[in-house]
Design a protein around this ligand. Structure first.
Ligand code: RBF
Length: 358
């Protein structure tokens, strides 16, 4: 015996056809709504994944990334942290980042450096529920990504002004040639557009005759190669070098110590025990504070951050100089006074370093 089904009159057939049409229209409306609202709702998780594009140890900017995320997670009940070091092979970063997002575990992936927004954008297409905070980078308009860029024109200027004072005779170890060195791991947009022009502006503010010589290591870890390049620069009359080469900076520091020459740094805070006969100072970025504040805000559900890019600089206290560090305090008082005056002028907008878009 079959089941009883009421015979369909032409009227009931008409109603069910209308129902089907209405249902189809509703589905289309929902799909339209979803596609017009940007990416899907984020993974509902308080797990934070820190993606270190390199190795944290030896690179203060990455150590601060981990530290900041750690502090935010400790302050957020129920939150947890996983740190993944992606290593120095940049060709592997996309796959590693994609695997992290694809695991579906992380409500937020936090990373740092100017090359990362592009990779995060690719991964956000693959996994629309993934969300990213990228510090030390700039990308606007991707609803899955929030970025914060530092005004490294100002940071470069501070380092350059001090290097300028040293090379024009402001510290033991300087020679009469007005030559300053820059040892970099690789070229990249924030270096070319912010750090290097800022550094050059600082040198020129002290003395327009100062020359800048640049050498490229080719990676962020080869301290021996960085040391060889530093030796070549010192032999050619350079008396102070700014290294921007992560773990490879160590090679520049050792060769400077052997040659009785000087080094100015970016990023390192007051607490680091550098040899005061080598390091003259460090212009820092408050990346640990920035990352802590942003991770807290994003985990706390603060809205309106994804899709935007922010700029932080000297005026907001995210760039500064390690004035209290023993290695800076070991400089002659006259040099420190001139530097402190330049720092004060910068705080008052002299010179002004506007960054409009990137
Ligand atoms: N800075 C480091 O200190 N260590 C690194 O391993 C490192 N890797 C980087 C890789 C890429 C592809 C780019 C674009 C930048 C990297 N930086 C690294 C530089 C960092 O973003 C920043 O510019 C410098 O630390 C100076 O503030």
């Amino acid at each position: 015996m079959g089941e009883y089904t009421p015979a369909q009159t032409s009227w009931t057939r008409k109603v069910s056809r209308m129902k089907r049409l209405k249902t189809a229209a509703a589905i289309v409306a929902v799909l339209l709504l979803l596609s017009s609202c940007g990416p899907a709702a984020p993974y509902d998780s308080l797990k934070v994944g820190v993606f270190v594009p390199g190795v944290a140890s030896g690179s203060p900017i990455y150590e601060m990334l981990v530290e900041g995320a750690c502090r935010a997670v400790e302050a957020t009940p129920g939150a947890a942290l996983t740190v993944v070091e992606a290593g120095f092979n940049q060709a592997e970063w996309l796959d590693k980042l994609s695997a992290m997002a694809g695991s579906g575990k992380f409500g937020l992936i936090v990373t740092s450096n100017p090359a990362l927004p592009e990779l995060c954008a690719v991964v956000a297409e693959q996994y629309p529920r993934a969300r990213f905070l990228v510090a030390d980078a700039w990308l606007e308009g991707n609803d899955a990504i929030h970025t914060v860029l530092y005004n490294q024109l100002e940071q470069g200027y501070l380092a350059g002004y001090l290097a300028g004072l040293v090379t024009t005779g402001g510290a033991p170890g300087s020679n009469p040639e007005k030559k300053v060195g820059l040892v970099i791991a690789q070229t990249y947009p924030t270096l070319d557009k912010l750090i290097e022009p800022g550094f050059r502006a600082g040198l020129k503010a002290v003395d327009p005759a100062i020359e800048l010589e640049t050498r490229v290591v080719g990676n962020w870890f080869d301290a021996a190669k960085a040391g060889e390049l530093a030796k070549g620069l010192f032999d050619a009359g350079v008396d102070i070098i700014l290294p921007i080469a992560g773990g490879a900076n160590q090679g520049v520091l050792s060769v400077a110590a052997e040659s009785g020459r000087r080094v100015v740094l970016l990023e390192s805070g007051t607490g680091v025990a550098y040899d005061p006969e080598v390091v003259v100072g460090s212009a820092w970025i408050a990346q640990d504070r920035l990352v802590e504040e942003k991770v807290k805000a994003l985990l706390g559900g603060v809205e309106g951050l994804y899709g935007t890019a922010e700029l932080r600089g000297f005026a907001e206290g995210y760039i500064g100089f390690a004035d209290e560090a023993p290695w800076f305090l070991a400089l002659p008082a006259a040099t420190r006074e001139r530097f402190t005056a330049a720092e004060k002028a910068l705080a008052e907008g002299e010179p002004a370093f506007p960054v409009t878009g990137f």
